[in-house]
Design a protein around this ligand. Structure first.
Ligand code: ZN
Ligand code: ZN
Ligand code: FE
Length: 759
């Protein structure tokens, strides 16, 4: 007996080859009817034997196309037949209200790669090659539903060959919206930095030319998927130094792109899991252990560091480039120091003309910028440091909300988040909201997301820090009538960790450890070494690091030596000058601020404690980038020495709270320095001490509150030594440990925590 069935599917089902997949599936199962894209997913009407329809639904659920994410399928059977004669793909119907999801941008797939280098293929050497399984998505979509007219491919009319592929259900490019070739699609253009166009006859000539330029030590801005990269020879110290000078970036490491896994193995250690992450379709920058004796990559790429950010090619342009260049290349975001990445063609000469010697571009607009994602491997899985290209705007699924909640995020490493239905959509990496350009960029990106997802927030969650630009100018971001919920910074960190661990229960209590730089606390002090008992509704601060003065406030972050003096003053008082092991002409001034309480906010931050120790060991007394003192302190650990010892600390009880007193740590480090103990051993012992503090306090809370699950969050947990050992030791002590995966542990994850708390 034949039966009729209406099926609605929600999720990432547009732009991922879903309709052709359904077409082929229906045809093989001999089912008739149609499929079309709607505002909120796809709609299918299908007729055939009930058994076959059930199988049809089963296969959709179990084996959807690789990029599809199915959120929800509803199938309704009806007895009345419409007697369809065949299965067809119908035109999309839209009402202007969209809720469907958008696929992230995906690295070139293996089939396209084969075609790119196949002389007999019509896309041989065509940089813009893509198919239904790969290529740009999020960065070219202006509007939903995902049809060509709503993307920046709209100005390119398909040639007859492309058109045939597009309409052939058996072709890999069937209904692939960015489908194009060298005849009908975007093309490459090369300019010098004074806008003079450099002509070439074909791709071969172009890339030969670019290879020559790179070999001659030139810096080239290359338009990628989500913005411009600055590209140059990573093996040539002179050009790397020149890039640092032009980009005004002293020490902050650059990412590199390497031809393939074999070439990476020449200068980095690589596990099978790391290899898998490098080759994943998200194609992130992966932090890899740099071989100590490497002579290939210039030390200037990542000065003083033991880890290198490395990625593999992910677009046609990249592969073509490496076909001609036999070097490892710097691929760093095209921007000046902390400004947002350049992605608009009209800005490129103004903003990058003084950094790059040449500019390689193409004539398809990037609708929304998207930096490369950065991650490291932790316990065989990704641990995301910067969540952007390849991941955005894939939703994080959680419990349902009736509201539409916007989370504004933090000041540094900003991402905002939208929460509706059961989805949290985290924006691409916006950057540090410390300059006007980034704030404008924040507002534009937010506008785009709200438009794309038909999202008008009824609640807005913001960080309590009164000096955050997004908190200060919140009225420029949302209308006055939108309900506002202020969320404490570390509470947001910890709840983002619950979200990352798929914890939907809002009642169960956890021990939360939030260690980071600084975040605004409920008492007006700058927190950052916090122990909470919490769930996603509320928290209680049960322990923290003893407060210290931050002489000069923000200045103390840029000059860690200030923190060092502050900690030592706590310990020695006025005897400090007798004890201090280094000379700085600033000491007197800094002491003056401390003694007279001038511009010295109090902080309990673990990040600052790392700064203080890093300055005391004279590893870093001036920070060139955020977190540098701590990064360098971790970096001197070679993993060749095994030291289990740690320093003493005391836990004092005050007002029902545990206060960790670090004075004995500094006392012991000074003694070690006097004994000429090497810095590596001191760093290891210091790290061990932080881990011991975590263990001790967690045990105290477990004994008192009978909670055994510990969540770790905050930027400090990007420290590998600390992360590995903390998790290991807590687990050994029978704690269940929750750590981050897909949501950054740093401030990039704040907005995701904010929206859950505000729901
Ligand atoms: Zn492909
Ligand atoms: Zn074509
Ligand atoms: Fe933070």
């Amino acid at each position: 007996m034949l039966i009729h069935c209406n099926i609605r599917i929600k999720g990432i089902v547009q732009g991922v080859g879903f309709r052709p997949f359904i077409y082929r599936l229906a045809t093989t199962l001999n089912l008739k009817g149609f499929i079309l894209n709607t505002d909120d997913g796809v709609f299918i009407e299908i007729e055939g034997e009930k058994k076959r329809i059930k199988k049809f639904v089963e296969i959709i659920k179990k084996e959807p196309p690789p990029l599809a994410i199915i959120d929800n399928i509803i199938a309704e059977f009806q007895s009345r037949l419409k007697n369809y004669k065949k299965f067809t793909i119908k035109k999309s119907i839209t009402t202007g209200v969209h809720h469907t999801l958008v696929s992230p941008d995906i690295a070139l797939c293996d089939e396209c790669l084969k075609e790119l280098f196949d002389k007999n293929n019509r896309r041989f050497f065509y940089f813009g090659i893509n198919c239904i399984n790969c290529g740009p998505r999020f960065t070219i979509i202006k509007d939903l539903p995902y049809d060509r007219k709503n993307t920046s491919m709209n100005k390119f009319n398909m040639c007859s060959d492309c058109n045939n592929e597009y309409h052939n259900p058996l072709n890999r490019r069937y209904h692939s919206q960015p489908n194009c070739c060298s005849i009908c699609g975007p093309n490459l253009f090369l300019y010098d930095n004074r806008k003079n166009q450099i002509k070439f006859r074909n791709s071969c000539e172009l890339f030969t030319k670019i290879a020559q330029l790179i070999n001659r030590g030139k810096i080239i801005a290359i338009k990628g998927i989500g913005g411009y990269h600055l590209v140059c020879d990573a093996e040539n110290t002179n050009v790397v130094k020149e890039l640092r000078k032009r980009k005004r970036r002293k020490h902050k490491p650059f990412a590199i792109m390497s031809k393939n896994i074999e070439s990476i193995k020449k200068f980095c250690y690589l596990s099978v899991f790391e290899e898998r992450l490098l080759k994943s379709r998200e194609r992130p920058i992966l932090l890899l252990r740099w071989k100590e004796n490497d002579k290939i990559i210039s030390k200037q790429v990542a000065p003083y560091l033991k880890y290198l950010g490395v990625m593999l090619p992910y677009t046609g342009t990249h592969y073509l480039l490496f076909n001609y260049v036999n070097k490892n290349l710097i691929f760093t975001s095209g921007n000046l120091s902390e400004e947002p990445i350049v992605f608009r063609d009209e800005e490129v000469f103004d903003r990058l003309g003084r950094i790059a010697d040449y500019i390689l571009t193409y004539n398809r607009t990037i609708v929304m910028n998207n930096d490369d994602s950065v991650l490291m491997e932790f316990r065989r899985f990704p641990y995301i440091i910067r969540r952007s290209r390849g991941f955005v705007p894939k939703p994080v699924i959680t419990h349902k909300t009736k509201h539409k909640i916007l989370g504004l995020g933090a000041q540094l490493k900003n991402c905002f988040a939208l929460y509706f239905e059961n989805k949290v959509i985290i924006s691409q990496h916006i950057g540090d909201l410390e300059n006007f350009e980034t704030f404008i960029h924040f507002k534009n990106s937010l506008k785009h997301f709200c438009h794309l997802f038909s999202f008008k927030p009824d609640i807005v969650a913001y960080d309590l820090h009164p000096e955050y630009i997004i908190t200060k100018y919140i009225n420029e971001i949302v209308p006055v009538e939108t309900r506002r919920v202020g969320v404490q910074h570390h509470f947001a960190h910890l709840v983002s960790c619950l979200l990352d661990n798929n914890i939907k229960d809002r009642e169960e209590k956890f021990i939360g450890i939030a260690f980071d730089g600084v975040g605004y606390g409920d008492d007006g002090n700058l927190w950052g070494g916090e122990f909470f008992v919490f769930n996603s509704k509320e928290y209680k601060r049960v322990a923290h690091l003893k407060y210290t003065k931050m002489p000069g406030a923000e200045m103390a972050i840029k000059e860690p030596v200030r923190m060092c003096i502050s900690y030592l003053y706590e310990l020695y008082g006025d005897d400090i000058l007798k004890k201090i092991l280094f000379r700085s002409d600033k000491i007197e001034n800094i002491l003056y601020l401390i003694k007279n309480n001038i511009n010295t906010p109090l902080t309990s931050s673990v990040g600052r404690l790392f700064d203080g120790v890093s300055a005391l060991l004279r590893i870093c007394s001036m920070a060139d980038y955020e977190g540098e003192p701590a990064v360098l302190l971790e970096n001197i650990i070679s993993y060749k020495k095994i030291i289990d010892k740690c320093y003493n600390f005391c836990i004092e009880e005050n007002d029902g709270k545990y206060i960790v007193n670090y004075n004995p740590i500094f006392e012991a480090i000074i003694t070690d320095l006097e004994k000429k103990e090497d810095k590596e051993s001191i760093s290891i012992k210091f790290h061990n001490t932080i881990i011991e503090i975590i263990l001790e306090i967690s045990r105290l809370i477990r004994d008192k509150d009978n909670i055994n699950k510990v969540a770790l969050s905050g930027g400090v947990f990007q420290n590998r030594y600390l992360l590995h050992k903390t998790v290991e030791k807590l687990e050994k002590d029978k704690f269940k440990v929750l750590f981050h995966r897909e949501i950054p542990t740093n401030d990039g994850g704040i907005s995701a925590g904010q929206v859950i708390i505000a729901s």
